[in-house]
Structure formats: C-alpha cells, structure tokens
Ligand binder design. Structure first.
Ligand code: FES
Length: 285
C-alpha cells in the first residue's frame, strides 16, 4: 500500500513538473502579455502610475511640389519623424550571431526537464529492482514446509526460529488456532509464520532469546512472544509479519506485503518460559 502511494506521489510530481515546463516553454514561444493584460481589472483600477504615452502613427504628407515635371520623383515622407542618428544594420550569419538569450533559456529548460525525467526513471528502476531480481520486496522461497517445521522445533518441543536472510524474516511455527487479530490476513501457511526481523519501536533488529522463548529487543527492551505478539516495552504493536503462501509445496514469503497488527489483547503462546536475555527490565505500557 505504502509503495503504491509512493509511486502515485512520484507520478504526480512528474506530471506537475511536465505541465510546469510545458507552460513555461509555451509562454516563451508565444511571448509574454503586457502587464496590463496579465493583471486583474481591480489591479488596473488601483494602479496610480501615469498612463503610458500615446504614440501616434506618423502622418504621411505629400511635399508641396514646385514643378509638375519632378512630381513623380518626390516621395511621400512622414512629417512627424525626426532622424536623430543613423542606424546601421549589419547582416551576420547564424554562426556569428551565436545563441540568443531565448534560445539559451529554452535549451536550458529542455536540458533540466530531460535530466529530471532521466533521474526519475533511474529512481523508479531502483525502486523496482528488488522485485525484478528477487531480493527483499519480492516473493522469497523459504523452503519445503516439512523441513522448516523440523528446523524450527527443538527435541523438547521448544521453538528455534529459522532465519531467512533474503526475506529478513524469522520463520516460526504458528499456533493451531490463530488469534482474531491474524485471521484472514494470510499470515500463516502450512503451520508456519514469517516475522519481520525489525523492531516496530525504532527499527532495531530483534534477536531470539532461547531461554525466555521470545524475541527481545536490546535497544529499548521491547519483548514479544514466539509468534511476535507484543509482551512488554515501548513497541506500539506486535512484530510485523509477511503474507505467506504454500505454492507447489514450497513456503513462499511475500516480503512486499508487510502485515501490521495491534498489540495482542492476550497472548496465544506462553511467554516468558525462562530468564530474559536482555538486562533491561521493560514494563508494560
Ligand atoms: S527499537 Fe526495539 S524497543 Fe526500541
């Protein structure tokens, strides 16, 4: 869900950036309107600056002719135009003229937008990469359920979680009857569960404590029982877990689907069953 929201957010930002760049480019290509066209009528009314000078079109008059014979040679000249200096126009080639300011800004804008799209593409690829190559975020094959069940039980009936590094998960035996908070969420298959190794308080890796038969966080003392139900400490909920599935007799951990559950109102497995592994004495909040 959070990944979907992130993707939608990235797509939205990219769309807004594209629209902004298009608007700027369009404005530059069509020329900016005068400030009077750009502001509202109220702003124009409130403007106290003197009105711009009115430039009248020069009036063309025929010079008075003295002789009928040279009438055709005289040209009509504008009466109101005064030539103050001579303007010389020198033709130059495009190479000599170089890049105009408008061309420079348009090219800079295109380069910036192109760089933005390239970075966005790289970021998206990096985001999707784990799923493409089968790392964390993908569906991980943890093994045959029979092997996992044998590996996660000690001879005296205790639990010893199987750690799956690619999934960052502990595989543990599930209880026969799931408590209400786990029902219908796909967190158990073939009698197994996959718990996320990360403490839900501030993210420390939570190690297993064989003596107490639970997970105990060394950072601030949160404690969870063998199926990750909250027992004590500042953790706000149970250990997170992954959706799991039995596919072709293989225990598959969908690490892209992290399931969060609230603190268990009552635990379904016995904890603690012996001394704690951490020195901190956590109190239930
Ligand atoms: S990070 Fe585990 S209790 Fe704080």
């Amino acid at each position: 869900m959070s990944q979907t929201l992130l993707l939608v957010g990235i797509a939205g930002v990219a769309l807004l950036a594209a629209l902004g760049a298009f608007a700027i480019a369009w404005r530059r290509s069509t020329g900016a309107p005068s400030w009077r066209e750009a502001v509202s009528r109220e702003t124009r009314r409130a403007d106290k600056s003197p009105p711009p000078p009115v430039v009248e079109e020069p009036v063309l008059v025929e010079p008075a002719g003295e002789a009928v014979e040279i009438e055709e040679e005289r040209e009509a000249v504008p009466a109101a135009v005064t030539v103050t200096h001579e303007q010389r126009v020198v033709e130059v080639s495009p190479e000599e003229a170089g890049v105009s300011r408008r061309q420079f800004f348009n090219r800079a804008l295109s380069a910036t937008f192109g760089s933005f799209l390239a970075i966005l593409g790289i970021e998206l690829l990096a985001f999707m990469w784990p799923k493409l190559k089968g790392g964390f975020g993908a569906s991980i094959d943890a093994g045959a359920p029979a092997d996992l069940l044998a590996a996660t039980r000690t001879a005296d009936g205790g639990v010893i979680p199987a750690f799956i590094p690619e999934a960052r998960a502990y595989v543990v035996p599930a209880t026969e009857t799931l408590s209400a908070q786990f029902e219908g969420k796909g967190v158990a298959a073939a009698g197994l569960m996959a718990l996320y190794q990360r403490c839900v308080h501030l993210g420390c890796r939570v190690p297993w404590c064989a003596t107490s038969q639970g997970f105990e966080c060394p950072c601030h003392g949160s404690k969870y029982d063998s199926i990750g139900e909250y027992f004590a400490g500042p953790a706000p909920r149970n250990l997170d877990r992954f959706q799991v599935e039995l596919i072709d007799e293989r225990f598959i951990i969908h690490t892209g689907n992290i399931i969060q559950t609230p603190r268990a109102p009552s635990r379904t497995v016995s904890y603690p069953q012996g001394p704690s592994c951490i020195a901190l004495v956590a109190t239930e909040e």
